[in-house]
Design a protein around this ligand. Sequence first.
Ligand code: G3H
Length: 529
Amino acid sequence: MLKLPEIPEAVRLKAPIHQREYLVGGELRTWDGEVSEVYSTLSDTQPYVPTLLGSIPTMGEPEALDALDAALQAFGKGKGEWPTMKVRDRIGCMENFVRRMETQRETVVNLLMWEIGKSRADSEKEFDRTIEYIYDTIAEYKDLDRASAKFTKHDGVYAHIRRGPLGVVLCLGPYNYPLNETFALLIPAIIMGNTTVFKPAKHGVLLITPLLEAFRDSFPKGVVNILFGRGRAVATPIMQTGKVDVLALIGNSKSANALQDQHPKSNRLRLVLGLEAKNPGIILPDADLDLTVQECLTGTLAFNGQRCTALKILYVHEAVREAFLERFVKEVDQLPFGNPWDSGVKLTPLPEADKPDYIQELIDDALAKGARILNPRGGERCENFIWPAVLYPVTKDMRVYQEEQFGPVIPVVSFTDMDQPLDDMAESNYGQQVSLFGRDAYTLAPLIDALVNLVCRVNLNSACQRGPDVYPFTGRKDSAQSTLSVHDALRSFSIRTFVAFKDNALNNETVEALLEAKRSNFVSTEYLL
Ligand code: G3H
């Protein structure tokens, strides 16, 4: 049985946060209805009792429709202040917001640790990466705007082409990156002139509350509306109105499909989705084993494997299977387990109370079908954690082969024919990334050429990851729709729209007058520095 680490007095929360305010139409409204308690699985009580962190409103259809209405009014059928605002002024609002957000670093990082059990180093990284993402988005938008500050002419027709907002965006993020991934949707959606309704993830919800006032004060009313409650209760009625223009969701394809199906006008609805994956690590006979072991440890177990980009299955060539696994399982069993604030910690308690039991089910199913646990500590339990089990040999009939585990368990398959992992990937419902470990150019070349057509990122001798955030983050099949990166997200949340006119004296005079009058924020050649 794993020992629960003690929680030092210094990191205990002073008092529970009973959040009663929510943001709709530019005001923080007070909720006096039903609430849901928020618990952390971090605890050192004997016997084990989860820690109460606070409570949040359990909202429903009326509040959801109010928030949608506020977003619709702020868009104002295209005439709203925000969608017609000068790019320079929209950027000013975003700069105000990010400066206010920076002041909340310590509070947000602390809540990240308590709510989702992410290590302090990774929680700080999540916060800082999000701030950087916002500044990079501002810089990228300036570039985009500069490139649009001109007229082009073809076949006697002038065009002034820019990117315009799509309308109302419903934004839902995941619990494993409740700040970064949610903001990687919300920030580009806002800055491009859309108006938004946003519901925080099921875990990592209190950490949004220190930012409500900054949202309220930085943007015109109704541009950002923030609700609390269950996705089913608030997102479903919003989708059913048919008035949402973009569903932006990072999470599970089942939730994405269910929500999409509620929208009665499928051609109106654009989708920006980052969904699940089962990224394989493929280890070739000439792989550098020291490096491969380290990358596979990070790939499979960073944040306990709770990453959409995690390596969720390892294909090890028979020629190096023994050598690789011998080193790998030793390293897995030596990983430091503790609370998020413990120095050097790698494995931490899981935020979902039922996750250890689910992982246990996957292990039991694999054992019953012929797999073994290779590491002595594999499957060791306490209430809020289960030690990662390295399972071998894993076969297609096992649940751990079929399901995205999103947690600490590592299935291993061995192979001799390179077509096996390729065929399995082609057959899979997922297509996000792969890690390929090896160095012979003649072996790697045809593999890379095939793999880039099965996934959207081939990581050579490196763990899979989303970052750096300037690179495209996307996937095939059930893994994604649209592309996210600092550059691509601005495009995913906007559409090219333009003013065109035939080259004649009347039009030229009219457009010159428009430019001179500086009354249109769209027809403008102003160069943003
Ligand atoms: O959950 C999926 C995240 O996008 C992974 O991001 O690769 O930076 O951890 P990461």
